[in-house]
Design a protein around this ligand. Structure first.
Ligand code: 13P
Length: 341
């Protein structure tokens, strides 16, 4: 394992003023997104949409890396360049989602276990040849009546540890993503407690698997009130409880923390990140974003599958990328949302 290489890349990917764009929706998920604009999810429409995102002019000023999906990493621009090749030339690091999705733990439970270790070594070799420099694996933890179970957290944490170890052996940076979902009516304190327990077990398992902490990125949820909770915490409370949870559970030698947006509105996801970077200085890790929905949503809605909307859609992506870039420096102002576009 080339520790220096992993550490340099992990720092670079999470270093302000840049963050990561998650464009690794599975075919099932992107099909759902396309349904919202009444567009058929064909191989070519998916390619076209990803090309629109990647070819956005100036994206590299705000975006350090883009996470791709298995289909996407094998697709090409309209002028015949493989997407990862195109991104590298543009100064953006290509990453790849390597888990193969989550399945129910058992028939009577909504809890899920993420799969993807089978054949991982072979896939990593192929992805590396295609140009991938980092990877992602997402585990899902649900809060509900007597959930999450210890089994769900422990088994997912174990798999994240093994995944990260294998990935580092290929000199790729693993993004470790344990997502505690915001669905439900739980309080912010419950989210704090479940996230703290999850992070503790994740780092126990990363250590158990002898993962090099200086060569990973953590992609956690923020500490939020459940979507249906009557008492929605303020921006300030979310920021301070998130930082408290991370300070207590994330080793200081982890180079960067890149949040997922997880169903927050675009503006709120930006406000939360901004508040953390504004109020908390001298944190041991870089604090940035790795958003999917909160970066792409305005683009996809304005694209509607039509070439005539490509420029408008790209402007929407640049706007969200720039505003989140400002949030990595604590420089975002809500008034900027009303600026043109
Ligand atoms: P969201 O920002 O839409 O939560 O997606 C990030 C991601 O990559 C989930 O795995």
């Amino acid at each position: 394992m080339n520790k220096k290489k992993l550490n340099t890349l992990a720092k670079q990917l999470s270093l302000s003023p840049k963050g990561i764009l998650a464009a690794d929706e599975s075919t099932k998920t992107i099909t759902k997104r396309f349904e919202s604009i009444d567009l058929e999810s064909t191989f070519e429409n998916r390619r076209k949409y990803r090309e629109l995102l990647f070819k956005t002019e100036g994206l590299e000023k705000f975006i350090s890396g883009i996470i791709l999906y298995d289909e996407t990493i094998n697709q090409k621009t309209s002028d015949g360049q493989l997407f990862p090749e195109y991104l590298i030339k543009k100064g953006i690091s290509p990453g790849i989602k390597v888990d193969t999705g989550a399945i129910q733990i058992n028939q009577n439970s909504s809890e899920k276990i993420t799969e993807g270790l089978d054949g991982l070594n072979v896939r990593l070799k192929k992805y590396k040849e295609l140009g991938a420099e980092f990877t992602k694996w997402r585990a899902i933890i649900e809060i509900g009546d007597s959930l999450p179970s210890d089994y769900c957290i422990e088994y997912n944490a174990y798999l994240l540890g093994r995944y990260a170890k294998i990935v580092q052996q290929h000199d790729l940076v693993p993004i470790v993503e344990p997502e505690v979902l915001m669905d439900g009516d739980h309080t912010i304190q419950e989210c704090f407690d479940v996230t703290a327990k999850t992070l503790k077990l994740v780092f126990d398992n990363l250590n158990y698997h002898n993962v090099f902490m200086g060569g990973i990125l953590l992609k956690p949820n923020m500490i939020l009130s459940g979507k249906k909770c009557k008492n929605q915490a303020t921006i300030e409370t979310v920021a301070s409880m998130t930082i408290k949870c991370l300070n207590e559970n994330v080793p200081s030698d982890v180079p960067g923390i890149v949040f997922l947006s997880g169903g927050q509105s675009n503006e709120v996801a930006t406000q939360h990140l901004n508040e953390m970077n504004l109020k908390f200085n001298n944190l041991p890790w870089n604090l940035s974003f790795s958003y999917g929905r909160a970066l792409q949503q305005p683009s996809i809605l304005s694209w509607k599958g039509s070439d005539s909307n490509t420029t408008t859609s790209q402007k929407k992506l640049i706007k969200r990328s720039e505003l989140n870039s400002q949030a990595t420096m604590g420089d975002y102002r809500i008034e900027s949302e009303n600026a043109s576009l």
